[in-house]
Design a protein around this ligand. Sequence first.
Ligand SMILES: Nc1ncnc2c1ncn2[C@@H]1O[C@H](COP(=O)(O)OP(=O)(O)OP(=O)(O)O)[C@@H](O)[C@H]1O
Length: 585
Amino acid sequence: MNLLDKRSLGLGLGAAVLACAVLPNVLSAYWIYLAISAMVGAVVMQSFGVIVGRAGVMSLCQMSFAAIGAWVVLRLNVAGAPGGLLVWLVLGGLAAVPVGVAIGLPALRIRGVNLAVVTFGFAVSTDIVLNADQFPGAEDLTMLERPEPFTGDAGYFVFTVIVFTVIAVALAALARTRLGLSWYELRHSERAAAAHGVSVARSKLAAFAISAFIAGVGGGLLAGQLSLVVPSNFAMGQSLALFAVAIMIGPHHPEGAVLGGVFGAVMATIMEKAHLPQDFGGVLFGAGALLALRGGMSQTDLTRTRKRERAARKLLEDAAGPDDALPAPPAPPVRAVPAAAPEPAGERRPCLDVRGLTVRFGEVVALDNVDLAVPEGAVVGLIGPNGAGKSTFIAAVTGFVAGYGGTVELDGRPLDRLGPAPRAGRGLRRTFQTTAIAPELTQYEYLTMGAGRRLPRAEADELLEFFGCPPGEAPVSIVDAGTRRLLDVAAAIAARPRAALLDEPAAGQSAAESLRFGARLTEVPERFGVSILLVEHDMELVQATCELVTVLDFGHVIASGPTRDVMDDPAVRAAYLGAADVPAS
Ligand SMILES: Nc1ncnc2c1ncn2[C@@H]1O[C@H](COP(=O)(O)OP(=O)(O)OP(=O)(O)O)[C@@H](O)[C@H]1O
């Protein structure tokens, strides 16, 4: 846990203790009631924080999950079930989970506005069902028994703060796990998450399940507050308004969840005092959400990211000394061939073996019967003009193209029936031409994500230094585009795959940086045990780095073999490189 996280946790726990000690003694009964409403709202906000704030999924039915939790708690109360409110809250949350998973299933195929429509449809259906009957206990006015010593309103406020804090601590711990980090990745790019071996389906369903559980607990807490709840407590309009608050504030951070809860609780009072219709509050939330969407970040994300950036900049300045902005990365010597190559690459066992790869996009034949092998411990180049099929090759080999012809084998095992995440799990990693790294993550977190395991600091530091990236505490948001590509490569290598397929990793770098990167790349097989396929337009980099090269043109292999031979091939020079562009070999 870094210093900022520790400080945030300490501050949060301190604030919770202070709120419990002070507020019940200074607030009037009316304001204590509102404070309970704010904390109940904050718990529901935490559920938005998981699904909307972290996973970036547009869910408009969180109040429906809350209604399930409330219903279960009230039913257990009426039945006089053992355990009391605390146990009933957990059962209410658990009852919402299968429904959350069922609602999450369409999210595996659809996203964005279409998914929002599906979840809103569920909210509407729940509204209809709830209005058809009363909540348990409403008919004979059965009051809900709160647990000792939280029976009074002041005590119940403390109870809600405790529940909120327990969930906040659990979520903070979860945020540091692979699942928690994968939600941030999903929010920015499902493809990038899959390339890191994340099962997008499992990760999304887990987000729905956990957020439904928390919303169910929130609904149960509301039942504990009111005893007699009515369908309008969970109306679809509430889900919509709270969704807007979530987008605006960012309830995936505890302070955002509390702020959202407070807004929800006091907005009606503020509107009343301002002689405005209550629905006007929803309009304000909507306007705030639009502003946040335009800015690309919620308010709490913005505040936290700025704080992290300030701390990281200071770290960088301290590391660089007075004269340099960034520490100069060590420059390993340029070598054309890995030192440990025991025999020419062409004669070594292929680690990745692709045979007869054919990909069609409608009438376009992007790849036609392409053979390519990456020998164990080699750096192999794949070059060709724009549109030749290089990125398609990487996409198909790593499982991002459904229905290709030919075979892909890693260490002799066929991968053709597997999707991207299992292929990554088997040891086949890739990077993308356009990086989509979540800017909220630190570099350490991103490397952990890529590694797919707990990454010791020393190992992460070694990787970052090796690829010339800033210190690991630096958030991705302050890392420039060129360095992000290197970070992407470092994250792929962190997984220690058998082979990494790199799509133009040096794009946007100066000639000197590119050569320095190439020098590092030649060391990768020996140092990290990873064979490399390098797609590049920079011919100097390819010549300095690759033992073997394959040239594609219009989806066909026009040459393949040792780099020097291929570069000297008149057909290659004529068809692609243009003799003048090729440095003399
Ligand atoms: N999803 C797609 N749908 C339809 N056509 C596609 C798709 N992806 C790629 N293509 C086509 O396949 C061909 C190969 O494209 P690809 O992006 O693989 O080339 P490339 O060699 O990587 O080019 P560049 O160097 O510009 O990245 C092009 O004609 C392209 O228009």
